[in-house]
Design a protein around this ligand. Structure first.
Ligand code: AMP
Length: 471
């Protein structure tokens, strides 16, 4: 099957081909024909499945006919974070290059004046985070009555961030006869309720979870004797497993910071991204990773969720995530769209309960990967030593460099209460709090500007497409 078979126009197929894609991914094959037929859609899909193109492509063809009007966007895409909004905008730019469509990006941290100007000129596609959209709406700068197509992307993430009341308000301002597409990695009850209320006779699509079924990702758990030796274990893996680019996930922002510092001191080319950094610093660090200035990025879940960084060879879970679905998101950073990848999760005794929850969710025991160097632990009780296949053993002879060891292994903070094993079903807001807080409830729209509860202006380099762009 190719993209033309899905009913897309020739100009669009050309743009997709120019991007190097000739075969639709499963979600694209299932979603695009229905969206073109103006059906509502519920798609259960992770990032990494090609889900963005599954709504961007048909939207471009749908919007190719019709006229723009001042202050009245013709379509709206809601994204939980600025980074995801910017990524969707990049997709529109690439795929829409043969169409005369205008797009505006409404995200916090960017001058509101430019965005208002863009809206006044008329846009076909508005890509927004709920906070900034509500601000502009409450100021009377935008009318949603001409918006016939709504995309709610990463709905479960929106729930985590407390955006559902805003989304309900936004939905109620749009024409009742609109087309609505809802994408979510999971379907907790509040999202199901939202879908029941605002979608009509939707087509339902579910594509495989990358972590449970993506055979492109080889996944291991690495027992370590204690959290004190995690850094040694990580360094050993970084040196011996042919790592070209790696994302390393930690559960706490302080761990992200300290780990990045320690890796740099050990001679690795490492950077960091977490919710305590301002937006410009986050974007700059991500750019350094994307352009190869650094090849290791230490991350927190909130900062890294959904980011599409191509060609990540490895994902390391320095800590086992507290919420099993975060494991799926983390590991999904590698093995994207046909590429292969390797994922390692370091398991100290305090990670044991969390990894059991992950294995429950992903439906199988992870292969144990034994390290040398005095970092290994006995196999967890009741578990067989299912050794890694021979070819997956560390390849020490390929170690590229032997950076100097300078830092002592330091203990991590006391582990938090392990979250109750309720994968997928319970909304985050009902679960145990964790140290990197997600906003449970937005205060007022004017106070909260954007993702992850971060206030303040985006002072960094502003990509060309922020504001408005002719496609
Ligand atoms: P997404 O799930 O939208 O974050 O997409 C994940 C990655 O897959 C992005 O880098 C896309 O550019 C890429 N991608 C999208 N569609 C295809 C396709 N049909 N074939 C190969 N890669 C794709």
């Amino acid at each position: 099957m190719n993209f033309a078979d899905l009913g897309l126009s020739e100009e669009l197929v050309q743009a997709v081909t120019a991007k190097g894609y000739d075969t639709p991914t499963p979600i694209q094959a299932q979603a695009i024909p229905s969206v073109l037929m103006m059906r509502d859609l519920i798609a259960i899909a992770q990032t990494g499945t090609g889900k963005t193109a599954s709504f961007v492509l048909p939207m471009i063809d749908i919007l190719a006919h019709g006229r723009r009007r001042a202050m009245m966007p013709r379509s709206l895409i809601l994204e939980p974070t600025r980074e995801l909004a910017a990524q969707v905008a990049e997709n529109f730019e690439a795929y829409g290059k043969n169409h005369d469509l205008k797009m505006a990006l409404l995200i916090g941290g960017v001058q509101m004046g430019d965005q208002v100007k863009a809206l006044n000129e008329g846009v076909d596609v508005l890509i927004a985070t709920p906070g900034r959209l509500m601000d502009l709406f409450e100021r009377g700068k935008i009318l949603l009555t001409g918006c016939d197509l709504l995309v709610i992307d990463e709905a479960d993430r929106m729930l985590d961030m407390g955006f559902i009341p805003d989304i309900e308000t936004i939905c109620s301002k749009l024409p009742a006869t609109r087309q609505t597409l809802l994408f979510s990695a999971t379907m907790p009850p509040p999202i199901k309720k939202l879908a029941d209320k605002f979608l009509s006779n939707p087509k339902y699509i579910e594509v495989a979870r990358p972590a449970s079924t993506n055979t492109q990702i080889v996944q291991f758990k690495v027992p370590v004797a204690s959290s004190r030796v995690k850094r040694d274990a990580l360094r050993e893996l970084l040196r011996t497993d042919n790592v070209t680019t790696a994302m390393i996930f930690c559960n706490r922002k302080t761990t992200v910071r300290e780990l990045a510092k320690s890796l740099k001191a050990s001679g690795f080319s490492a950077g960091e991204i977490h919710g305590d950094m301002d937006q410009s610093a986050r974007i700059a660090e991500l750019d350094r990773f994307k352009d190869g200035t650094i090849n290791i990025l230490c991350c927190s879940d909130v900062a890294a969720r959904g980011l599409d960084v191509k060609g990540v060879s490895h994902v390391f879970n320095f800590d086992t995530p507290w919420h099993p679905d975060d494991y799926v998101h983390r590991v999904g950073r590698t093995g994207r769209a046909g590429a292969t990848g390797r994922a390692f999760t370091l398991i100290a005794p305090e990670d044991q309960e969390a990894i059991e929850n992950v294995e429950k969710l992903t439906g199988g025991k992870l292969t144990v990967y034994e390290l040398g160097g005095g970092t290994k632990a006995e196999a967890p009780r009741g578990e067989s030593r299912d050794e890694a296949p021979r070819e997956d053993k560390p390849r020490r002879e390929r170690a590229a460099r032997k950076p100097r060891e300078v830092d002592e292994a330091r203990p991590e903070r006391a582990p938090r209460e392990v979250v109750e094993a309720r994968p997928e079903r319970a909304p985050r807001s009902e679960r145990s709090p964790k140290p990197e807080p997600r906003r449970e409830k937005r205060a007022t729209s004017a106070q909260i500007k954007d993702d992850a509860g971060e206030l303040g202006e985006w002072n960094g380099p502003v990509p060309g497409f922020l504001g408005v762009s002719a496609l």
